[in-house]
Ligand binder design. Structure first.
Ligand code: ADP
Length: 845
């Protein structure tokens, strides 16, 4: 039943409602529209005439979407009528036509509340239908949600990209530099390093601290130093390094993923540090910015929730009293205004943040591009092997160059390079793939062909295999970073081989061999030197040559050596070197410089042992002076007798002078014939006339001859039987004569000489000549048969040239005879020799 407006509401109240700035309808209990606020009319595009005193559902038919269903308008009103309590609907979409006629419906969202106004008895007088257009808020929230989702996705994408990027560059970042020596002097910088890291500074050839003084005392400097000192690699992520801006000079934070690796030389000594850096400053900044924005968004959302709560509270207040409605509405209005403002702000921020997000994404894409460029420009071979079959996913030109013309990209490793099958390298790759452990190979031999259908060659590589991870942190490929070092390895192998051969050669030489640096410092000696000096090569090098040179030779030798060093001309010197037995031995030193590029780089020297030659020379000199003295003595006497003979006429005296003179002539003759014999022996021209004769007879004849010239001694012969022997009678007589004259000469105090000749069975016989003279010391016995050898203490007292025994020994040797001496100083000596009847037999001594 229709209800008249005026029957339930006073005109003032109606006016209040109508002028309210918010959309309201006042409904009768029977749901007839009693009035509508101007704001409601404006909102719905209806006139008062369209609404007043009409049933609500006549004006707004119960379309299924919003009216009847649970949570719809009809349902809500039913609840109010039933419970007499306010009922709030969830936010509902209800599209309305645009103000322009014929236009399509506009998407709208409504926040609707029905509030019963009760009379004094508690019955419903009318119902306030209150609805807010919350379209903007809902759409903003929707946008917000969508953009939040996008943002989370983009952040995840960016973080995955950056993680992948960093994984990829864990050991092979894009900016590469090599610093050498304790001052870390830049020796190599790749263009990326120069451009990205400090485009406005000169670094090559300069110490790191002079290029980047701002890192002095900073942890990164200590880290670098530590790598150089300990050789332990350093891997750091998001390392902050403060670098001065090239224009403003202000310090700015730069972030890097950093790998520092020590560089070692052949001997394993650290010579520098290899620096792999990848600047991630922009990425870090973008991420930090994103985090900040997220925080801001969270704060805004909290503000929104608070605002909603406020609205809720305001609504509740409205319900308690109609009188307070106006003022409450005002508050509500201002809250709504705030809300709208807030929404505007929010939208602005969302827009701003979306822009930043896009920028960050673009930057991430840029960085990925740059990364690819680095790969392609890297001086080392780089490739990415994808999946468990190691498919060549990315191959940079340097890598491709290792296999000129061979198709790699897109092919599995073993298909592209089948010669790798069954090689250790495949197991290594599998292991890296399975364990994720990085593998570093140094100068590893991998037989590989260079060109298509080319021969498989022994090639050496230094490389790093590094696992690549997917988003789920599972290994999904391998990053390969490789240098070919075949030439270097082969050159080194050759050098080593040459060096070993050279050393072998030097040690095979029977002389002392040494080398010295250009400044004269000894740096190598062969094994002969060590054996001679009886100490190790290290000790010899430490002591130097001078320590072994005879003090008397040192000065001249040093002078010559210094001159050679100064002039770069051959060095020649003679000096005595002290051997491990404390004996000095003469050496001839000769050294020549090795000249490379016009400069002396090495001295190669030899010391030849010339001790025997030197001693022989000395002996020869001594001999010559003795010989001249020996020859001069009888000559002087003969000259004197001749002068005497010229002056006197006494025939008796004359005969005596002639006899004496004849003795001296004989002596002279003996000396000359001895000298002749020695030179014959030396030249191998001593002639022997073999004949068969009675040895005992020859012995007796010789004794007679000597006895005749030496009446001071009595020579007795014991020869129990005749001995028939075939040999050179004259030469063997010479031996006997020599032994007898020596026995007489070296026993001036005695007067007996015993000669014995005994046959030993049927094979041989032994002859001995015994005197009772000065005797010979044990140490000299073995040397008596040497040429020119004379025992020192006899040389001064007795004349002689030290030739007799040498000649005798030679004669006996030619008769295949043997000889020996028994002697005691002060008691006398016995000289023995033994001859075989059959001279073809060898003597057992
Ligand atoms: P020479 O007698 O002319 O010096 P030899 O060759 O005959 O030369 O003898 C060599 C050396 O051997 C002698 O100088 C002497 O020192 C030593 N010698 C030889 N025979 C005897 C001996 N019977 N008793 C002691 N010393 C001897």
């Amino acid at each position: 039943m229709p209800v008249k407006r005026g029957s339930v509401l006073s005109p003032e109240v109606l006016r209040v409602f109508e002028t309210l700035p918010h959309p309201y309808l006042i409904l009768s209990k029977q749901l007839y529209i009693l009035t509508a606020s101007n704001a409601y009319l404006q909102l719905t595009g209806k006139t008062k005439a369209d609404l007043l005193e009409k049933h609500l559902f006549d004006v707004f038919p119960k379309v299924p979407d919003w009216a009847t269903e649970e949570g719809g308008i009809a349902f809500s009103l039913e609840q109010v009528l039933k419970t007499r309590k306010p009922h709030k609907l969830p936010i509902t979409r209800f599209d309305i036509p645009a103000p322009v006629k014929g236009a399509e419906l506009q998407e709208r969202y409504w926040d609707t509340t029905h509030t019963p106004v009760l009379d004094t008895r508690g019955n419903i007088s009318y119902i306030i239908h209150q609805t807010y257009d919350v379209t903007t808020q809902v759409l903003t929230e929707k946008n917000l949600k969508a953009s939040l989702e996008k943002e989370v996705m983009a952040a995840a994408q960016a973080s995955q990209l950056s993680r992948q990027m960093r994984e990829l560059y864990k050991e092979v970042p894009a900016q590469i530099a090599i610093v050498k020596g304790p001052d870390l002097v830049y020796e190599f910088i790749n263009p990326q390093y120069q451009n990205e890291f400090f485009p406005d500074r000169k670094a090559l050839g300069r110490p790191l601290l002079s290029v980047m003084p701002e890192v002095t005392g900073k942890p990164i400097w200590d880290i670098l130093q530590n790598v150089y000192k300990t050789g332990q690699s350093f891997t750091g992520r998001e390392i902050c390094i403060q670098l001065a801006n090239g224009i403003t000079g202000k310090l700015e934070n730069h972030y890097f993923d950093v790998v520092y690796q020590a560089i070692r030389d052949d001997k394993g000594k650290i010579t520098g540090v290899l620096s792999f850096k990848y600047e991630i400053t922009e990425l870090v900044a973008a991420r930090k910015n994103l985090e900040q924005k997220k925080e801001e968004l969270r704060t805004l959302n909290a503000g929104l929730v608070r605002a909603n709560e406020e609205i809720q509270a305001t609504n509740e207040e409205l319900q308690t009293s109609n009188e307070e409605l106006s003022s409450a509405n005002e508050e509500l209005f201002s809250a709504r205004q705030n809300l709208l403002k807030l929404n505007d702000e929010l939208e602005e921020r969302v827009e701003l943040r979306t822009l930043e997000l896009l920028k960050a994404q673009a930057e991430a894409t840029n960085q990925a591009e740059r990364l690819k460029r680095f790969f392609m420009q890297a001086p080392a071979g780089v490739c990415v092997l994808d999946g468990p079959n190691f498919v060549f996913e990315l191959v940079n030109p340097a890598y491709q160059q290792l296999f000129a013309g061979r198709a790699l990209t897109g092919k599995p490793l073993l298909e592209a390079l089948p010669e790798l099958e069954d090689l250790l390298i495949c197991d290594i790759l599998k292991n890296v793939y399975e364990t994720g452990n990085t593998f570093e190979g140094k100068e590893l031999l991998v037989p590989l062909a260079r060109a298509v259908n080319g021969p498989v060659e022994d090639r050496y590589f230094t490389f790093i295999y590094q696992a690549r991870y997917d988003a789920a942190d599972k290994v999904d490929g391998i990053l390969v970073f490789i240098f070919e070092v075949t030439d270097e390895v082969l050159v080194r192998q050759k050098e080593k081989e040459n060096e070993e051969r050279f050393r072998f050669l030097l040690n095979a030489i029977p002389q002392q061999v040494w080398t010295a640096r250009h400044n004269g410092t000894l740096d190598y000696v062969n094994e002969v030197v060590c054996d001679d000096f009886g100490i190790s090569a290290e000790e010899i090098l430490r002591k130097g040559w001078q320590a072994f040179i005879h003090p008397n030779d040192k000065q001249t030798c040093i002078k010559k050596w210094l001159t050679a060093l100064k002039t770069g001309k051959e060095y020649l010197a003679e000096f005595r070197l002290k051997f491990h037995d404390e004996q000095y031995r003469w050496h001839l030193a000769r050294a020549v410089p090795l000249i490379e590029n016009g400069r002396v780089t090495l001295w190669l020297g030899t010391n030849t042992n010339i001790d025997i030659q030197k001693t022989n020379e000395q002996k020869k000199d001594e001999f010559l002076s003795i010989a001249s003295h020996e020859l001069k003595t009888p000559l002087t006497s003969i000259k004197a007798f001749n002068q005497l003979m010229l002056r006197i006429n006494d025939p008796q005296k004359l005969t005596s002078f002639i006899k004496k003179s004849a003795t001296h002539v004989l002596r002279l003759e003996k000396l000359i014939s001895d000298l002749l014999d020695v030179s014959r022996i030396n030249a191998g021209k001593m002639e022997y006339n073999m004949e068969t004769f009675n040895f005992c007879e020859m012995l007796a004849d010789s004794i007679d001859g000597v006895q005749y010239t030496a009446p001071s001694h009595r020579i007795s012969l014991t020869c129990p039987q005749d001995i028939i022997y075939t040999g050179d009678r004259f030469r063997l007589e010479q031996v006997i004569n020599n032994l007898l004259t020596n026995a007489i000469k070296y026993s001036p105090e005695a007067n007996n000489i015993l000669v014995n000749c005994t046959q030993n069975g049927t094979n041989s016989f032994t002859v001995s000549v015994q005197d009772f003279g000065i005797g010979i010391e044990e140490k000299n016995i073995n040397r008596l048969f040497e040429r020119y050898y004379r025992v020192d203490n006899t040389a001064m007292r007795f004349d002689g040239l030290g030739l007799g025994l040498f000649i005798s020994a030679e004669i006996l040797k030619r008769h295949n005879g043997s000889f020996w001496i028994k002697s005691k100083p002060g008691e006398g000596s016995t000289f023995f020799f033994k001859l075989l009847f059959d001279q073809t037999k060898t003597q057992e001594l």
